[in-house]
Every structure is written in structure tokens, then in C-alpha cells.
Design a protein around this ligand. Structure first.
Ligand code: DQA
Length: 143
């Protein structure tokens, strides 16, 4: 099984950035440990602060991977281009967030990508990523 984990803007700063919201552990380090826990899964890890680069990566992995864990960061709330891309590819995408976006500012309650995604997992801290991977494994990969 092939799973891509794609992170959007500012997620490279998790561990330093607003630790009260996102925790003080580096996402990079957490994801390296997560990958080791699933030897049966082939992972690709990607992070970019640029919308177009995220779209390029979604297109690159989206037709041959079995699932995608996507934390699009703030692009979640306004990127029609990422939503269109998720609709265009065949791999199921799990919209994933570290924080509970529904209990934060009103603008974070809106997700442009939600309807294009297979499901949403948010609010479990870094453990949201493990839950998203488990969801993809358990719902083996139909869109
Ligand atoms: C986030 C939530 C977004 O609203 C925010 O812009 C982020 C991180 C999360 O993982 O909780 O950058 O996606």
C-alpha cells in the first residue's frame, strides 16, 4: 500500500509555531516515527508553503497511491484550486488537521476541500496523522 502525507504552509514550523495550539514536538520527527510504525506501507512525505507545489505533488501521487493524508493548512479555507485537484485525482484524500478547526476562529470553520475529501480528521494533535493513516488502511482505498 502506498500512502502520501502532504503538508501545506507553515507546517514545517510545527514545534516552534504557536505551541499552545500545535504542540512543541516537530512534525518532521513525529512523521518519521509514524512511518516506522507501518513497515507494510510505502510512504512519501512532502511539505510546501506554496499552493502550486502542493497541487503538483497531489497530481504526481494522486493516480498511483492508495491514499493521501493532506493537511493543507490555511489553504484548506480558501483554495478552490486544491479542491479541484482533489476532485481530479483518483486516490482518496483525508483532510487532516492538528487542531480542532471547528472550535477556533469562524474563518477556520469553512473548508473548501471537505466535500472533495473522503473524510476529515481534526483536533487530535499530531495523532490526527496516525488516525488518518489508519482510516486509509481500514477503508482500503476507494474514492
Ligand atoms: C491547521 C489548521 C489551519 O486552520 C491552519 O491554518 C494551519 C494548521 C491544523 O493542522 O490544525 O496552518 O491545518
Amino acid at each position: 500500500m502506498k500512502i502520501a502525507i502532504i503538508n501545506g504552509p507553515n507546517l514545517n514550523l510545527v514545534g516552534i509555531r504557536e505551541p499552545g495550539i500545535y504542540g512543541s514536538r516537530s512534525l518532521d520527527e513525529y512523521l518519521r516515527e509514524l512511518v516506522d510504525k507501518y513497515p507494510q506501507v510505502q510512504f512519501t512525505l512532502f511539505q510546501s508553503n506554496h499552493e502550486g507545489a502542493i497541487i503538483d505533488e497531489l497530481q504526481r501521487v494522486g493516480f498511483d497511491h492508495d491514499g493521501i493524508v493532506l493537511n493543507a493548512g490555511a489553504y484548506t479555507h480558501y483554495s478552490i484550486a486544491i479542491a479541484d485537484c482533489i476532485r481530479a485525482i483518483t486516490a482518496p484524500v483525508v483532510e487532516t488537521h492538528i487542531s480542532d478547526v471547528q472550535t477556533r476562529e469562524a474563518f477556520r470553520h469553512v473548508s473548501m476541500i471537505k466535500d472533495a475529501c473522503a473524510t476529515v480528521i481534526a483536533g487530535f494533535g499530531l495523532d490526527s496523522y496516525r488516525r488518518a493513516v489508519d482510516w486509509l488502511i481500514n477503508n482500503n482505498a476507494t474514492k
